[in-house]
Design a protein around this ligand. Structure first.
Ligand code: ADP
Length: 299
């Protein structure tokens, strides 16, 4: 395994930031590490990269113990921190060369890395002349200079405009083909667009760890419906595949069905059969977004 965390806990003062977290990831996986602000994403990433030590648990990257051998572990890791600390008055090439020098990376062709991250036409500029999207490319270039097998990217797309967003997502997907990528975000759509696996963290604990395909197979349908007059809940229980019934107000109901079949035609038939009129109908599949909300809402 490229990344392995076993029962890792980190406490700041009396604040438990992460609580007995365990997961592993292998080459070719782009893992979306998803959670609301304060969930523990950055803490986990800083522990993985050896910048802070856990109170308990073991952390291995490419089978190297990060706590005992942080320098060796860091050679395997490319890290893009949340607030990418770029020296903004340096030129792009100068910055990358500087980065290579301080990390004693000798065998790198800076121009190859520049073209790999699509910085070509901006490479002659100073970093402070670049857009946020291009600055992220510089950060990614710096992170892959030593050809690490693992990429740890802390909220790499925050603050990008929609075009930059698509470009950086594609770049990460491309870089991730033969690496292990852990990609943190608080936005579910990010995970859907980039990752093949999702780990959701909330209040310092992992609440879900699944392949994206598995999650997409969820076949719950939620239908909000309003009839023209008031009916009893028992009446709606006659509907096929209905697993939950909630009265919103007056004649409005939220019905949950577990079925691969589209339940809307069935509802029209049901209404007609019982001489009801449908005044409103809204259908949504229980998507990843609603799952994320459900798993991370404070109870
Ligand atoms: P996320 O990256 O998911 O937003 P963090 O890992 O930054 O979450 O934070 C997890 C929890 O730990 C939060 O409650 C945060 O306030 C707390 N925390 C993070 N860093 C520190 C620190 N250096 N000192 C004290 N508390 C911290």
């Amino acid at each position: 395994m490229s990344i392995q965390l076993n029962s890792v806990t980190k406490i700041y003062g009396n604040q438990k930031a992460i609580n007995t977290i365990s997961f592993s990831a292998k080459k070719g996986e782009i893992v979306g590490f998803l959670g609301p602000n304060g969930a523990g994403k950055s803490t986990t990433m800083k522990i993985l990269t050896g910048f802070i030590k856990p109170n308990e648990g073991t952390v291995l990257v490419d089978d190297i113990n990060v706590v005992n051998n942080p320098i060796d572990a860091q050679k395997r890791i490319g890290y893009l921190p949340e607030h990418n600390p770029l020296y903004t008055d340096m030129y792009v090439k100068e910055y990358l060369q500087f980065h290579a020098d301080i990390h004693n990376i000798k065998t790198i062709n800076i121009n190859d890395v520049i073209s790999k991250v699509g910085l070509g036409k901006e490479a002659h500029k100073k970093i402070n002349q670049l857009s946020k999207g291009y600055r992220q490319r510089v950060g990614l270039a710096a992170a892959i200079l030593h050809d690490p097998s693992i990429l740890i990217l802390d909220e790499p797309t925050t603050g990008l405009d929609p075009n930059q967003l698509v470009e950086i997502r594609n770049l990460i997907k491309d870089l991730g083909k033969n690496k292990t990528v852990l990609f943190s975000t608080h936005i579910m759509q990010e995970v859907e667009a980039v990752c093949n696996r999702v780990i959701i963290i909330n209040n310092g604990e992992i609440v879900i760890d699944k392949q994206l395909n598995e999650l997409k197979e969820n076949n719950e349908q939620i239908i909000t419906i309003a009839f023209d007059y008031k009916i009893e809940e028992q009446f709606l229980q006659r509907l096929p595949n209905v697993t939950n019934i909630k009265n919103n107000f007056d004649n409005s109901w939220t019905l949950t069905f577990t079925s691969e079949e589209d339940m809307r035609p069935k509802l029209f038939d049901f209404a007609q059969e019982h001489e009801l009129k449908i005044l409103e109908l809204n259908s949504e599949n229980k998507n990843l977004e609603s799952l994320f909300r459900e798993l991370t809402s404070s109870k």
